[in-house]
Design a protein around this ligand. Sequence first.
Ligand code: FMN
Length: 205
Amino acid sequence: MNRRELLRDVSIATAAASLVSSAQAQVPAAGINVLIAYYSVTGNTEKMAQGVAEGAKTVSGTSVVLKRVGEVTAEDLLSSDAVIIGSPVYFGNMAGEVKTFFDNWLLKFDFFREFKMRNKVGGAFATGGSISNGKEITMMAILEAMLINKMIITSAGGTFGFGASATTGPDSPGIDEKELAAARDLGKRVTEVAGVNKRGLAQVQ
Ligand SMILES: Cc1cc2nc3c(=O)[nH]c(=O)nc-3n(C[C@H](O)[C@H](O)[C@H](O)COP(=O)(O)O)c2cc1C
C-alpha cells in the first residue's frame, strides 16, 4: 500500500469511527435486549457470563437475560437484539450442549429456514483449562454458527480480539481480573453495537 492509499484508508476509518460514535450517542435510552447464554459445569464460564452481563448493563436502558443454553426458549432468542454465547472448551471446540443449542435453531426452533436470527448482533466467549488448546477455535465456531444464521458478529477487539476468554487450568487457575474485564468489555461493546444496529434497522424497516 502506498502513502496515498494509506492516508485514504485512515481517513475512511476515522470517518466511520466518528459515525459510529455519533450514532452511539443517539442510541435510544431504552430497549436493547441482550441474551447471554452459556454452558458451565465447574463455574468458570458462568463467572465470565456474569461479567458479560455486568458490561451489558453499563449501557443505559439495557435488559439482560442470563441463562444456561438448555433453558433458552425460542422467545428469548426472538426478542433479543444481541446474543452472546459462552462455552467451555471441550477437546478443542465448543461443548456438545452449546452445539446442540445451535443445532436446535434449526431442528427445534426452525429459525434457520426463514433466518429469524437475521441482523441480530452476536458475540462469543470461552474458557479453557490450557493456555492454547482451543479457546479461539471455540469462539470462532460460535461466531461461525451466528454468521450462517445471518447475524452480525462483533467483539471488544484489542487483546481479546475474538470475544472474551479465560485460561482456567493450573497455569492460571480460575478467572482473573483481566479476564473478567474482557468479559465486561465484550458485554458492553456488543450491547453498544446492538443499539446502533437497532436504531439503523428502525430507519430502514
Ligand atoms: C470433557 C472436557 C474436555 C476438555 N477439553 C479441553 C480442551 O480441549 N482444551 C482446554 O483448554 N480445556 C479443556 N477442558 C477444560 C475446560 O475447558 C475448562 O476447565 C473450563 O474452564 C471449564 O468450564 P466450566 O468451569 O464453565 O465448566 C476440558 C474439560 C472437559 C470436562
